[in-house]
Design a protein around this ligand. Structure first.
Ligand code: NAD
Length: 509
């Protein structure tokens, strides 16, 4: 990625890390963002001090009073403009996502497209923030419920979707009348700075106040400031289960609200009735796409014993075709892991698989030599395991696919699939209607996402996205997920001349 391209996204070598709207602060503590594609530094980013944090929240508190008074469809107009700007910036922003995070350019573009899609969705929602009208049991009374903005929404995001998760949350939170304060991952700060500039410019050109959208920069500590802050009624946090547990406890202590989008341990069930060609495509894409660093990446393949050997052989063959290299070069299928820490976690998982009795079918390792200088490129792995192995019960954020055998009916496979602590994405490969319906029933998958003849990876923005159990229970993006960004109020109006009291109580004056 060239300096000229970075400039079009307003990324300079020295960047201000904290922003209320288009007003950027400076501070001495910095983070250096390097590309996992080649190990080269891209830019240095300044971290938010506590004093700056206070200023951001003060600006946000001021801005929320103005923003919530703007009619929702007019707020939608600002998000329409954001979608338009993102269309214009898609090639360069997609490239920055690929360069800073390490996913393929195609996936970087796909992520920006998700931002555009959620903007379009949010514009529509801005005219549909509907409540119910309710028939009162009392004569001459009318009831309805309506939704009001919460105020300030704090958004904490992970490195693996450095721009889309912010957009999923912000587009909806903003049309709902909230202002947003974003704490992005310290591993992908430049993507956040680029997004902040795009929205801040739109706000400025519409003469809207600083503080409708702000950016905090730095590590987990800054996330804890947000979590503790009772001026921030909702914290939407995306990341590891470890982080989610801490955020949930901190926010619960002050009785605030959380929207948690945490780790997954996603499985595809492959029944004897599966279309094997579709299965292999879905499994390979799900396991090695984004180098296994999607919350919805396929971690486990639960295969019926009657077709197990056939699936195993086809998968091992397919893995031989995977080309690993610079994600900005479209000839490669898989790019690097985010950093050296992630590589170490991948290596630790490989040791544990062996220690716990797993059999490696496709050997892994760290790639060395030309093009792999960053030290972040690894080979994808396939291992035969037992679902009960402690390492299989964990989410390893790397391209490791576990093969697990089941016998008997589909219920056996579902029991294995559900027997993990996480509950994000799941799928079944079958052409048998009965198997598919059992999988989707109340006795089936316990995940927030359950697919038939589609892999586990990715999701359309039109559906509510999220998962159960240790995945955190939150839902964002489509369907009626907007409601989490609002407070519900029940209103009863008496248009008679008398006041009937509850429970028939008589009170004469
Ligand atoms: P992470 O938990 O290390 O960090 C995520 C964010 O939380 C970062 O901004 C970090 O600074 C912040 N943070 C960490 N500890 C915190 C604390 N105690 N209080 C407040 N903020 C804190 O996660 P990561 O490595 O960036 O991302 C990978 C994880 O995210 C995986 O587990 C993946 O499954 C998950 N993820 C889930 C979804 C989903 O929608 N369910 C989407 C993307 C990623």
């Amino acid at each position: 990625m060239t300096n000229k391209e970075l400039k079009t996204l307003k990324i300079k070598l020295e960047n201000h890390g904290t922003s209320t709207g288009s007003n950027w602060f400076t501070n001495k503590d910095t983070i250096l963002s390097s590309s996992p594609t080649n190990g080269k530094p891209i830019a240095r980013v300044e971290c938010t001090s506590y004093k700056e944090y206070e200023k951001v929240i003060k600006e946000a508190e001021h801005a929320k009073l103005i923003w919530r008074d703007i009619p929702a469809p007019k707020r939608g107009e600002i998000i329409r403009q954001l979608g338009e700007k993102l269309r214009e910036k898609k090639p360069t922003l997609g490239k920055l996502v690929s360069y800073e995070m390490g996913k393929s350019y195609q996936e970087g573009l796909g992520e920006v497209q998700e931002m555009i899609d959620i903007c379009d969705f949010a514009v529509g929602i801005s005219r549909q923030l509907y409540g119910n009208t309710i028939h009162s049991e009392r004569p001459g009374h009318r009831m309805y419920d309506q939704y009001h903005p919460l105020g300030i929404v704090g958004i904490i995001t992970a490195f693996n979707f450095p721009v889309a998760v912010w957009a999923w949350n912000s587009a909806l939170a903003l049309v709902c009348g909230n202002v947003v304060v974003w704490k992005p991952s310290e591993k992908t700060p430049l993507c956040a700075i680029a997004c902040q500039h795009i929205l801040a410019d739109i706000l400025k050109s519409n003469k809207l106040p600083e503080g409708i959208s702000s950016l905090l920069m730095g590590n987990a500590e800054i996330g804890t400031w947000l979590s503790k802050d009772s001026r921030v009624p909702l914290i939407s946090a995306t990341g590891s289960t470890r982080m989610g547990r801490q955020v949930a406890m901190t926010v619960a202590e002050r009785l605030g609200k959380t929207l948690l989008e945490l780790g997954g341990n996603n499985a595809i069930i492959v029944t004897p009735k599966a279309d094997l060609k579709m299965t292999i495509i879905g499994a390979v894409f799900g396991a090695v796409g984004t180098a296994g660093q999607r919350c919805t990446s396929t971690r486990r393949l639960i295969v019926h014993d009657s077709i197990y050997d056939k699936v195993k052989t086809s998968l091992v063959e397919a893995y031989k075709q995977i080309k690993i290299g610079d994600p900005l070069d479209t000839q490669y299928h898989m790019g690097p892991l985010i950093d050296i820490d992630a590589v170490q976690k991948y290596l630790d998982a490989l040791s544990k698989i062996k220690e716990q009795g797993g059999k490696i079918l496709v050997e892994g390792g760290v790639l060395k030599g030309d093009g792999y200088e960053s030290g972040c490129y690894v080979s994808p792995v396939i291992a035969e395991v037992d679902n009960q192995f402690p390492i299989v019960q964990e989410e390893t954020f790397a391209p490791i696919l576990y093969l697990i055998k089941y016998s008997g009916e589909v219920q056996q496979a579902i029991a294995i699939q559900n027997n993990v602590r996480q509950g994000l994405s799941s799928s079944i490969m079958t052409t048998d209607l009965r198997e598919a319906e059992v999988f989707l029933s109340q006795n089936g998958s316990d995940c927030g996402i359950a697919n038939v003849n589609i892999g586990t990876s990715g999701a359309e923005i039109g559906g509510a996205f999220g998962g159960e159990k240790e995945t955190g229970g939150g839902r964002e993006s489509g369907s009626d997920a907007w409601k989490v960004y609002m407070r519900r109020q029940t209103n009863t109006i008496n248009y008679t001349t008398s006041l009937p009291l509850a429970q028939g109580i008589q009170f004469e004056l």
